[in-house]
Design a protein around this ligand. Sequence first.
Ligand SMILES: NC(=O)c1ccc[n+]([C@@H]2O[C@H](COP(=O)([O-])OP(=O)(O)OC[C@H]3O[C@@H](n4cnc5c(N)ncnc54)[C@H](OP(=O)(O)O)[C@@H]3O)[C@@H](O)[C@H]2O)c1
Length: 313
Amino acid sequence: MRVVVLSGGSGTGIGFETAVSLCSSGARVILVCRNATRAQAAVAQIQQRTRYGSIEYVLGDLESVESVHHVARAIRERTQRVNVLVHNAGILYFGADELCANGVERALAVNHIGPLLLNKLVAPLLLRSARENGAARIVHVSSSAHHKGAWRLGAHCNPQQIRNMTQTPTPKYKNPIKRWLFNGYWRYADSKLFQLMSAIAFQESLSGKDAERIRTVCVHPGLVRSEIFDKIALMQPVLHLFPWLYISPRQAAEYVSAACISDDTSVLPSSQMRWTYLVRDKVSQVAACVRDPVRRQAVYHGSLQLVEHLGTK
Ligand SMILES: NC(=O)c1ccc[n+]([C@@H]2O[C@H](COP(=O)([O-])OP(=O)(O)OC[C@H]3O[C@@H](n4cnc5c(N)ncnc54)[C@H](OP(=O)(O)O)[C@@H]3O)[C@@H](O)[C@H]2O)c1
C-alpha cells in the first residue's frame, strides 16, 4: 500500500480533496493537521466518501519547529516508509505583517520554513521507500504567485536576513493604503518563491541512485475557491462576481493527485528530469530567480541554518 503524508487536509480545501482522491486510489494517507477537531471531521468525511485506502492524522503546527519535530516522530512511529510527501498546508493573510511566536513572519514560517524542516525529517523514510520500491516523490503545492516574489536579500542570504524578512520592505508603494492592501500578498509570494527554490535545491542535494529515485514535483493548481481567501474581505466580491475565474478544490485536487501518483509524461516529461514545475498539468517556466542555482542554494542553506537556530533556542 502506497503511504502518503500530506500536510493540511482539514477543512474543505485542496488538501482535503487530494486526500479523498489518494485514498480512493488505495493509498494510506496520513494528514498533518494543527486542529484536532477539524482533523477528526476530515477523517470522518473522507471515510464516508471512499471505501478504499485508509486515512489517519497526526497533530502538528507548521509554525513551530518543535511541533514539526513532534510530527516527524509521530510519523516515524506509524510507518517505516513514505512513498509520497505532499506539502499542501499554506496560508495567506491580509494587512500588516504577522509574526509567529518565534519571530518569523507567518507566511514564511508556514509556507516555507515548516515544510523545509518536515521535508528534512521525513527524507529518510522517503529514501527507504525509494530504495525498496525504486521511486518516491515529494510534491509541493506551489503557486504562480512565486513569480511576484522578490529577491531582496543580497547575494548571501544568511539566516538572520531570512528571519528579518519583515524588515525588508515589500514593494515601495508610496500610498500607505496600497502598501497595507497588498502586503500580505507580497509576503505570500515571497514564501512561495522560497518554497520553490528550496524544493529544487533539496532535490539537487541528493546524489547517486537517491537522486534518480526521488522526484520533486511542484504544482500550481490554478486559482482555487478555498478557505484560504476567507480572511481576505476584498476577495469575497471577486469570488461572487467572477466565479468562472476559480476552479473548485476538487478540480485542483485532480492536478495535485496526478502530481503525486501519475507517471504520465505530462507530470514527468523525461526520465532525466528530477524536478518539474507544473501549472495545472502542464510543465511551466519558473521565475528567473528560481532558475539561478546560486540563489537557490543560498535560500536553501540559509533557511536550514535558520531552522537549526530556531530549534536550539
Ligand atoms: N486557493 C488557491 O487559489 C491556491 C492557488 C495556488 C496554490 N495554493 C496553495 O494550495 C495550498 C492549499 O491551500 P487551499 O487553497 O486549499 O487553502 P485552505 O483551504 O485554507 O487549506 C490550507 C490548509 O493548510 C492548513 N494550515 C494552515 N496553517 C497551518 C499550520 N500552521 N500548520 C498546519 N497546517 C496549517 C489548514 O489547516 P486548518 O484547517 O487548521 O486551517 C488547511 O488544512 C496552499 O499551500 C496554498 O498556498 C492555493
